[in-house]
Design a protein around this ligand. Structure first.
Ligand code: NAD
Length: 281
């Protein structure tokens, strides 16, 4: 079994994933990058050609890493693609429109769900049964706020948030796995073409360093405060962290609409709220 901690990072060949991969690798982690494309910069991380949209590709690579390393400590479910932006196109009225072709739900939402399902399995396979393992999913500010120009991407990123909030208490309660989502603002990566980045107000670009340091704090379980003064303790899970420019904000689920809904949420959940890790922030 590897003496170093082991991470799998989907979409780790460029952008946010690569930056987190490099950070952990520089701190003696053994990092496995799962990506369709090879990193175009030199790295000590191990690259695996993986399509997160393919169960066979993703599951066989998880298995290969666990067999080789004998442990898995952190999974960053990060791969995502931007929507093509064709949802509102007008078509010949006398015919059905062509089928909507877009990978953003398949990669950005279903890929994260499949990655999470596999992370659960291999975290449990650790000698310690998952305790202190960490899962971070990459959502977006488009998962919090409506984004009319890319409604499928927005749906995928919003879907990640409620998926993460739903599984996090169970993962923590049953296996001690800490689960979070990050919701970065706009970070200059390969996600968009150069012209789109040049047109964006530069003072509102989110700093890559803020994203990597936030993920690192989650991985190490250090206490954090957000720019509203809320605290995030190691034992608090299921939190979405909005990252905008160089601020972070802990985003709780919506409050129950009334006492009846509070009762239902409290008593009908398979895991009682007080046991579920969602205690503060
Ligand atoms: N850059 C931003 O402004 C921003 C903001 C919020 C959220 N995000 C999210 O951050 C994540 C990373 O994006 P990024 O900005 O670093 O962009 P990026 O394009 O630099 O990186 C995305 C990586 O995912 C890989 N990828 C795409 N489809 C894949 C698949 N099917 N299987 C495996 N790998 C695949 C790409 O090859 C690429 O290396 C995405 O989920 C994105 O939606 C980005």
């Amino acid at each position: 079994m590897s003496n170093s901690k082991v991470a799998i990072i989907t979409g780790g060949a460029s952008g946010l994933g690569f930056a987190v991969a490099e950070l952990l690798s520089s701190k003696s982690w053994r990092v496995h990058i799962f990506d369709l494309n090879e990193p175009n910069k030199a790295t000590d991380c191990t690259y695996h050609k993986v399509d997160v949209d393919s169960w066979v590709s993703l599951s066989s690579s998880f298995n290969a890493v666990f067999k080789a390393e004998g442990r898995l400590d952190f999974v960053f479910a990060n791969a995502g693609v931007m929507e093509k932006g064709r949802f509102y196109e007008t078509h010949e009225a006398s015919l059905p429109p062509p089928e909507l072709e877009d990978m953003s739900i398949d990669v950005s939402l279903k890929g994260v769900i499949k990655t999470t399902y596999l992370a659960q399995h291999y975290f449990r396979a650790n000698q310690h049964g998952g305790k202190d393992c960490v899962l971070v999913m990459t959502s977006s500010i488009a998962g919090i706020y409506p984004q009319s120009i890319t409604p499928l991407y927005a749906a995928a990123k919003a879907g990640i948030l409620n998926f993460m909030r739903s599984v996090a208490p169970i993962f923590y309660d049953e296996n001690g796995v800490r689960t979070y989502a990050i919701c970065p603002g706009s970070v200059r990566t390969n996600l968009l073409p150069k012209e789109a980045w040049d047109a964006y107000p530069q003072e509102y670009l989110t700093k890559m360093e803020k994203v990597t340091s936030t993920v690192e704090s989650l991985v190490h379980g250090v206490s954090m405060s957000d720019s509203w003064g809320q605290k995030l303790e190691n034992s608090t899970v299921g939190i979405a962290i909005e990252i905008f420019v160089d601020d972070v904000y802990f985003r709780k689920p919506p409050d129950p609409c009334n006492d009846g809904m509070s009762f239902i949420l409290e008593h009908m959940s398979p895991v009682k709220k007080e046991d579920a890790g969602q205690r503060s922030a």
